[in-house]
Design a protein around this ligand. Sequence first.
Ligand code: ADP
Length: 162
Amino acid sequence: MSKNITAIYPGTFDPITLGHIDIINRAANIFDNVIVTLAVNTAKKPLFTLDERLEMMHDAVDRFENVWVAHFDGLLVDFARSNNACVIIRGLRAISDFEYEFQMALMNKKLAGEITTVFLMPNEKYTYLNSTIVKSVAKFHGNIDAFVTKLVAAKLHQKFTA
Ligand code: ADP
Protein backbone atom coordinates (compact mmCIF):
# COMPACT_ATOMS: atom_id res chain seq x y z
CA MET A 1 0.00 0.00 0.00
CA SER A 2 1.47 3.35 -0.97
CA LYS A 3 1.42 6.17 1.56
CA ASN A 4 0.34 9.66 0.74
CA ILE A 5 2.68 11.83 2.77
CA THR A 6 2.13 15.53 3.28
CA ALA A 7 5.01 17.64 4.55
CA ILE A 8 4.81 21.23 5.69
CA TYR A 9 7.63 23.72 5.32
CA PRO A 10 7.07 26.61 7.73
CA GLY A 11 8.91 29.91 7.82
CA THR A 12 8.75 33.66 7.81
CA PHE A 13 9.67 33.96 4.13
CA ASP A 14 10.43 37.68 4.38
CA PRO A 15 11.09 37.31 1.47
CA ILE A 16 11.40 33.82 -0.01
CA THR A 17 14.94 33.21 -1.36
CA LEU A 18 16.57 30.71 -3.72
CA GLY A 19 17.76 28.90 -0.57
CA HIS A 20 14.14 28.30 0.47
CA ILE A 21 13.27 27.23 -3.08
CA ASP A 22 16.17 24.75 -3.10
CA ILE A 23 14.71 23.14 0.04
CA ILE A 24 11.18 23.16 -1.47
CA ASN A 25 12.49 21.45 -4.60
CA ARG A 26 14.14 18.71 -2.53
CA ALA A 27 11.02 18.23 -0.39
CA ALA A 28 8.79 18.08 -3.49
CA ASN A 29 10.97 15.26 -4.85
CA ILE A 30 10.64 13.23 -1.66
CA PHE A 31 7.08 13.79 -0.40
CA ASP A 32 3.71 13.50 -2.14
CA ASN A 33 2.49 16.93 -1.08
CA VAL A 34 4.38 19.91 0.30
CA ILE A 35 2.66 22.87 1.95
CA VAL A 36 4.92 25.90 2.22
CA THR A 37 3.37 27.78 5.07
CA LEU A 38 3.94 31.25 6.33
CA ALA A 39 4.04 31.59 10.10
CA VAL A 40 2.13 34.80 10.71
CA ASN A 41 2.67 35.30 14.38
CA THR A 42 6.42 35.24 14.97
CA ALA A 43 8.53 37.58 17.05
CA LYS A 44 10.16 38.90 13.86
CA LYS A 45 8.99 42.22 12.44
CA PRO A 46 8.68 41.56 8.71
CA LEU A 47 9.58 44.01 5.95
CA PHE A 48 6.86 42.66 3.65
CA THR A 49 3.15 42.37 4.47
CA LEU A 50 1.48 38.98 4.67
CA ASP A 51 -0.07 39.42 1.21
CA GLU A 52 3.21 40.52 -0.36
CA ARG A 53 5.03 37.51 1.07
CA LEU A 54 2.29 35.12 -0.05
CA GLU A 55 2.35 36.58 -3.57
CA MET A 56 6.13 36.02 -3.82
CA MET A 57 5.74 32.48 -2.44
CA HIS A 58 2.99 31.64 -4.94
CA ASP A 59 5.10 32.95 -7.79
CA ALA A 60 8.12 30.91 -6.61
CA VAL A 61 6.33 27.56 -6.27
CA ASP A 62 4.10 27.86 -9.33
CA ARG A 63 6.23 25.39 -11.30
CA PHE A 64 5.88 22.57 -8.73
CA GLU A 65 2.82 20.37 -9.21
CA ASN A 66 2.71 19.05 -5.65
CA VAL A 67 3.50 22.23 -3.70
CA TRP A 68 0.93 24.55 -2.12
CA VAL A 69 1.17 27.84 -0.24
CA ALA A 70 -0.67 28.56 3.00
CA HIS A 71 -0.37 30.62 6.14
CA PHE A 72 -1.21 30.00 9.76
CA ASP A 73 -1.44 31.85 13.02
CA GLY A 74 -0.98 29.70 16.09
CA LEU A 75 0.77 26.47 16.84
CA LEU A 76 2.58 24.78 13.96
CA VAL A 77 1.60 21.30 15.13
CA ASP A 78 -2.10 22.28 15.11
CA PHE A 79 -1.73 23.50 11.52
CA ALA A 80 0.08 20.25 10.63
CA ARG A 81 -2.63 18.09 12.21
CA SER A 82 -5.46 19.94 10.52
CA ASN A 83 -3.75 19.36 7.16
CA ASN A 84 -2.94 15.69 7.87
CA ALA A 85 0.77 16.46 7.60
CA CYS A 86 3.10 14.10 9.43
CA VAL A 87 6.37 15.78 8.44
CA ILE A 88 7.79 19.22 9.20
CA ILE A 89 10.60 20.29 6.87
CA ARG A 90 13.34 22.61 8.06
CA GLY A 91 16.46 23.73 6.25
CA LEU A 92 19.87 23.35 7.87
CA ARG A 93 22.59 25.57 6.52
CA ALA A 94 25.29 25.46 9.13
CA ILE A 95 26.04 24.39 12.67
CA SER A 96 24.75 27.80 13.77
CA ASP A 97 21.21 26.80 12.74
CA PHE A 98 21.40 23.60 14.71
CA GLU A 99 20.73 24.64 18.29
CA TYR A 100 17.59 26.63 17.56
CA GLU A 101 16.27 24.05 15.09
CA PHE A 102 16.97 21.19 17.51
CA GLN A 103 15.07 22.96 20.29
CA MET A 104 12.08 23.63 18.01
CA ALA A 105 12.04 20.06 16.71
CA LEU A 106 12.13 18.64 20.25
CA MET A 107 9.34 20.93 21.40
CA ASN A 108 7.21 20.00 18.40
CA LYS A 109 7.87 16.33 19.11
CA LYS A 110 6.71 16.80 22.71
CA LEU A 111 3.55 18.54 21.49
CA ALA A 112 2.82 16.06 18.70
CA GLY A 113 4.76 12.80 18.82
CA GLU A 114 3.28 11.58 15.53
CA ILE A 115 4.86 14.44 13.56
CA THR A 116 8.50 14.10 12.49
CA THR A 117 10.84 16.99 11.72
CA VAL A 118 13.05 16.33 8.71
CA PHE A 119 16.11 18.50 8.09
CA LEU A 120 17.25 19.08 4.53
CA MET A 121 20.54 20.64 3.43
CA PRO A 122 20.53 23.04 0.49
CA ASN A 123 23.09 23.11 -2.28
CA GLU A 124 26.24 24.54 -0.68
CA LYS A 125 25.99 27.68 -2.80
CA TYR A 126 23.02 28.70 -0.64
CA THR A 127 24.46 27.91 2.77
CA TYR A 128 25.32 31.55 3.50
CA LEU A 129 21.96 32.84 2.32
CA ASN A 130 19.10 34.08 4.46
CA SER A 131 16.34 36.65 4.03
CA THR A 132 18.03 39.14 6.35
CA ILE A 133 21.29 39.26 4.42
CA VAL A 134 19.41 39.65 1.12
CA LYS A 135 17.46 42.59 2.57
CA SER A 136 20.69 44.19 3.79
CA VAL A 137 22.27 43.97 0.33
CA ALA A 138 19.08 45.24 -1.36
CA LYS A 139 18.86 48.17 1.03
CA PHE A 140 22.15 49.49 -0.28
CA HIS A 141 21.22 48.68 -3.88
CA GLY A 142 23.60 45.73 -4.26
CA ASN A 143 22.87 43.11 -6.91
CA ILE A 144 20.64 40.37 -5.48
CA ASP A 145 19.78 38.57 -8.73
CA ALA A 146 21.70 35.43 -7.73
CA PHE A 147 19.78 35.07 -4.45
CA VAL A 148 16.09 35.63 -5.21
CA THR A 149 13.49 35.30 -7.98
CA LYS A 150 12.91 38.14 -10.44
CA LEU A 151 9.66 39.10 -8.68
CA VAL A 152 11.34 39.24 -5.26
CA ALA A 153 14.23 41.31 -6.66
CA ALA A 154 11.72 43.77 -8.15
CA LYS A 155 9.72 43.98 -4.89
CA LEU A 156 12.86 44.56 -2.83
CA HIS A 157 13.95 47.24 -5.25
CA GLN A 158 10.53 48.92 -4.89
CA LYS A 159 10.69 48.79 -1.09
CA PHE A 160 14.05 50.46 -0.94
CA THR A 161 13.45 53.14 -3.56
CA ALA A 162 9.97 54.13 -2.40
P1 ADP B 1 12.22 31.11 10.29
O1 ADP B 1 11.88 32.49 10.70
O2 ADP B 1 11.26 30.07 10.72
O3 ADP B 1 13.67 30.72 10.46
P2 ADP B 1 12.77 31.41 7.47
O4 ADP B 1 11.79 31.78 6.42
O5 ADP B 1 13.89 32.34 7.70
O6 ADP B 1 11.91 31.17 8.75
O7 ADP B 1 13.31 29.97 7.17
C1 ADP B 1 12.47 28.86 7.07
C2 ADP B 1 13.32 27.62 7.06
O8 ADP B 1 14.15 27.64 5.90
C3 ADP B 1 14.26 27.45 8.23
O9 ADP B 1 14.34 26.07 8.54
C4 ADP B 1 15.57 27.95 7.72
O10 ADP B 1 16.66 27.32 8.37
C5 ADP B 1 15.49 27.48 6.27
N1 ADP B 1 16.32 28.27 5.38
C6 ADP B 1 16.36 29.61 5.23
N2 ADP B 1 17.28 29.98 4.31
C7 ADP B 1 17.84 28.82 3.87
C8 ADP B 1 18.88 28.51 2.94
N3 ADP B 1 19.57 29.46 2.30
N4 ADP B 1 19.18 27.21 2.75
C9 ADP B 1 18.54 26.26 3.44
N5 ADP B 1 17.56 26.46 4.34
C10 ADP B 1 17.22 27.73 4.56
